[in-house]
Write a protein that binds this ligand. Structure first.
Ligand code: ATP
Length: 570
């Protein structure tokens, strides 16, 4: 477990790389601020004592230089603090955006196969909260720890020039308050902190689920049960938080006591040389105040240990996803994209990872370039699995699928998806304007191209008749449009993408007869000249095809078998 934490921490530190200049600048400024703060208090103590003694005629001092130095330190401290905040936060924000991009590039190849065991809310929590926690590694862990270490060295060396005993006392105090105590607190707080991170992720996922299924929960009267379960989870999280806060408060209180004790001990070990005249009296005030101020150097360490617990918990969850090998691997050397786009399945068998049974078994079929093939079969027979293999969402275990004679394993997933347009009954419309939804297919699409695509999809008139035309907002999941309009806008998107292969999965499902007719007309236009695979169980849609594949239990069955099956059922 400890080895794992160290490996995770090392990996995190390696991720800090790109913004290192800003991070080093932030660190240098942080050290400067601590040292000016300590110097200011120590010099002020020395100056006040020396001036008092000079007033009594016990000492003769030249006050101009120390007075000017105090002013300079005060200004330096304020400006330094401002610059330090500016630079460290800039470094953190840069790191955060780098981390998000890094995580996303690892996340994308996993979709959808590698992510199906994670709930959407949990993924969201990892992308947002966990990545946010990772930036702590610089701002709250690394920078304060390094600054503390370097300042401790400076302060001890400086003190030792006046009193070795005071220097050793201070160093011991700093080690106990800055390292020993927070380490103990960290050990005690780590488990609740990690449990809180994963508990929060689960609760978020659960709440996201509840909001999505709100209507169903109300209809089935299950809302109270669901929310009370969340209340229990919330109370458990509060308990974990309280546990952590208690430990932290105890550590903070003990630190204050230890700081006072160190200061008193430093006073005790320095008073003797002062009385015996080996050390000037103003130095006593300087040493005592310097010891007190020196704890400023380690004040960030308890927070650093606390953040470390949280950060390591978040890092584990992030690395867990990043380390998931993609289900579909891209070839090291990609084959050239074939000119002819016929699709052939040769003895393909596929089963979902972790599943016992085969979803598809010995599939052999051929779709000539430009042809349209209908795919029918009962629910769960394997129709969607078949087309998802072409989209490289999953890797098949046996046989081969070729496009124009080239195995799809020799083409990258991105190339394959670039060759295909997909329309399903759940085709996603984003909660933005029709224009932006169309631009997803072709970012540089002109007004004329968009209108032409809408025209081909048979929805141009309707869109232009809307008050805001192409700028009409479609609402969440296209809720502001009718089902048929949303489907035809999805078809317009496919016209804009102009991909040579078309995959349609129940494209008219859920539409009334009138809308189905309009969508079918648009689809017929879209399929022209494209190799199309169309899943449907609607007779009206299937009538469009000369070739129909019947799938049952993951196998393609011939027409006689279909007849027999139908006869058996009757
Ligand atoms: N992501 C998945 N993980 C594991 N098994 C799956 C997954 N998706 C589908 N299956 C299983 O694979 C089999 C084929 O499912 P598939 O979705 O391809 O059927 P389908 O014919 O498209 O069904 P429908 O018409 O209901 O969409 C089913 O037994 C299903 O339970």
């Amino acid at each position: 477990m400890r080895g794992q934490a160290i490996r995770d921490l090392w990996r995190l530190l390696l991720l800090l790389g790109p913004a290192w200049r800003w991070q080093v600048a932030g660190l240098v400024l942080g050290i400067l601020v601590i040292l000016t703060n300590v110097g200011l208090l120590a010099l002020s103590g020395w100056f006040i004592t020396a001036m008092g003694m000079a007033g009594l005629g016990l000492l003769h001092i030249e006050y101009f230089v120390p007075a000017a130095a105090i002013r300079a330190l005060a200004i330096l401290r304020t400006v330094g603090r401002y610059l330090e905040r500016l630079v460290t936060h800039d470094a953190t924000l840069r790191l955060l955006s780098d981390l998000r991009v890094w995580f996303y590039t690892h996340l994308e190849p996993l979709a959808p196969a590698g992510l199906q065991r994670h709930r959407t809310g949990d993924l969201l929590s990892r992308i947002r909260a966990d990545i946010d926690s990772l930036d702590n590694v610089y701002l709250r862990v690394l920078a304060p720890s390094l600054a503390a270490f370097i300042c401790m060295c400076f302060i001890t060396i400086f003190l030792a020039r006046f009193s070795l005993a005071a220097a050793v006392t201070d160093l011991l105090g700093l080690i106990i308050v800055g390292i020993g105590l927070p380490m103990l607190a960290f050990r005690a707080v780590r488990r609740p902190a990690e449990a809180a991170v994963s508990g929060r992720g689960r609760l978020r996922a659960d709440i996201a689920d509840t909001i999505r299924g709100y209507d169903e929960l109300r209809v089935f009267g299950a809302l109270m049960r669901q929310t009370s379960r969340q209340e229990v989870a919330h109370t458990a999280l509060d308990r974990l938080k309280l546990q952590g806060t208690r430990i932290e408060s105890a550590a903070t209180g003990s630190a204050l006591v230890l700081i006072q004790m160190t200061m008193l001990t430093a006073f005790a070990v320095t008073i003797h040389p002062v009385i015996s005249g080996r050390l000037p009296a103003p130095d006593l005030a300087m040493i005592v105040l310097l010891v007190l101020a020196s704890f400023d150097a380690v004040s960030g360490l308890p927070g650093a240990y606390r953040a470390l617990g949280q950060t390591l918990g978040a890092a584990r969850r992030i690395f867990e996803i990043v380390d998931t090998p993609p289900t579909v691997k891209d070839p090291t050397q990609e084959a050239p994209v074939p000119a002819r786009l016929d699709i052939t399945f040769r003895d393909v068998s596929f089963r979902y990872p972790g599943s016992e049974g085969w979803a598809l078994r010995h599939i052999n079929c051929h779709a000539p370039a430009g042809s349209a093939i209908g795919i029918m079969g009962q629910s769960g027979s394997g129709k969607t699995s078949l087309v998802n293999l072409i989209l490289r969402f999953w890797e098949f275990q046996e046989g081969d699928i070729t496009i124009g004679g080239v195995s799809i394993r020799d083409l990258s997933a991105e190339t394959m998806r670039g060759l295909c347009s997909v329309i399903t009954q759940q085709t996603h419309l984003f909660n933005t304007s029709i224009r932006e939804n169309l631009r997803i297919a072709k970012p540089a699409a002109t007004e004329v191209e968009m209108e032409a695509a809408l025209e081909c999809a048979g929805v141009r008139e309707e869109v232009l008749a809307m008050t805001r035309g192409l700028d009409t907002m479609v609402g969440e999941l296209g809720a502001q449009l009718s089902g048929g309009q949303a489907r035809r806008i999805a078809i317009a998107r496919a016209f804009l993408k102009d991909a040579p292969i078309l995959i349609l999965d129940e494209p008219t499902e859920g539409l009334d007869a009138l809308s189905e007719d309009a969508v079918n007309r648009a689809l017929t236009r879209l399929m022209q000249g494209r190799t199309s695979l169309v899943i449907s169980h609607r007779r009206q849609t299937l009538r469009l095809f000369r070739t129909i594949l019947h799938i049952a239990d993951g196998r393609i069955i011939g027409p006689e078998q279909v007849t027999r099956m139908i006869a058996d059922k009757q």
